[in-house]
Design a protein around this ligand. Structure first.
Ligand code: AMP
Ligand code: MG
Length: 314
């Protein structure tokens, strides 16, 4: 396929309006989008990603007014969260609008909606004037793409257009909150932390993510070809040219790694994690040691991704 690479959100919007697949940037990770109202276009997302059709997609919107095109109502909990966090890296689960193709929600009677904050994404969605269904722009199971180059590496042969934006600032996916019941439930930890959510809803529970209500939590995820081992101290990592290490603490100077990264803080760790995984794969690293972080703030999402990557890479 002849993929068109562009920096122009208006050009990319024309592709999506024409029923084509478009890779686009967001502040969390890159997305693989199609017109959410076009069943055939959405079906091509699942094919391109090799994603199980029972794992629903997030619908990306240019403005809050668009929510009622895909959801049948906005619940009071959703309204509170939208006031504080829209636009931003938060996805809300709402009752599905009957006219939204079922394939978008993997057959569920709910829908996931999000309004990204990145200016180029907002321009893209506003000029598209349609809701855009999009999962992360990677082959299912692989680490999410946080640069357009990584998205192209996985999907170039199956997408019509790649909107080349900046590397994703956050680098980890959005927080997913189910707002269909009276009390909200966290389905996936992400860029907006539980502590942040409590500023809007003080009774927000920090129970483990509700995997039963979140189909995506059942699948293998985020895994590079290399094996992942989580360590508490860098000293537990075995040295070698085919080994990688990422963590906030620096390893001893005599330890040699094929790839080594010591982010300055947890935000930088989240920002560079998936690209580091991909970089290790490109260099033939066979095992990556990842240092554990405290599970507060963004650490909750980071540990969720590390644990699931380690489980999937076994
Ligand atoms: P991705 O876009 O690849 O980061 O994945 C989207 C995430 O949102 C997955 O974990 C999905 O299971 C979850 N999701 C999307 N729609 C729904 C829904 N209607 N109900 C529950 N979870 C959803
Ligand atoms: Mg994904």
């Amino acid at each position: 396929m002849d993929t068109h690479f562009t920096k122009d959100p208006i050009k990319a919007a024309a592709y999506i309006r024409g029923g084509k697949l478009v890779v686009f940037p967001t502040e969390t990770v890159y997305g693989l989008g199609a017109n959410a109202l076009d069943e055939k276009a959405v079906a091509r997302i699942y094919q391109a990603k090799k994603r199980p059709v029972s794992n629903p997609l997030i619908v990306h919107l240019g403005s809050p007014a668009d929510i009622l095109r895909v959801a049948s109502r906005i619940t009071p909990t959703a309204e509170k969260l939208m006031e504080t966090f829209f636009p931003g890296p938060l996805t809300l689960i709402l009752p599905r609008h009957p006219s939204l193709p079922r394939i978008v929600s993997g057959g569920l009677d709910t829908v996931a909606v999000r309004m990204p904050a990145l200016p180029v994404t907002r321009q893209f969605l506003k000029s598209a004037r349609i809701p855009v269904a999009a999962p992360s722009a990677n082959i299912s199971g692989r680490p999410s793409a946080t640069t357009w180059q990584s998205a192209a590496e996985d999907l170039k042969d199956c997408v019509h257009c790649i909107l080349c934006g900046p590397p994703a600032a956050v680098g980890l996916e959005s927080t997913v909150v189910d707002c269909t019941e009276r009390l909200p439930a966290l389905l996936r930890p992400g860029a907006i932390s539980i502590e942040d959510l409590r500023t809007a809803i003080p009774e927000f529970s920090s129970n483990a993510p509700n995997a039963f209500r979140s189909p995506g939590m059942h699948y293998n995820h985020y895994a590079p070809a290399a094996k992942i081992q989580i360590v508490i101290h860098p000293g537990e990592a075995e040295s070698g040219n085919d080994k990688g290490y990422i963590g906030l603490d620096s390893p001893a100077s005599e330890t040699v790694f094929g790839k080594c990264r010591t982010p300055r803080h947890i935000e930088e760790y989240g920002h560079c994690l998936f690209e580091f995984f991909r970089d290790c794969d490109r260099s033939g690293i066979t095992k990556i040691y990842c240092q554990k972080v405290a599970e507060t703030g963004l650490g909750h999402a980071l540990m969720d991704r590390l644990v699931r990557a380690a489980r999937s890479s076994r």
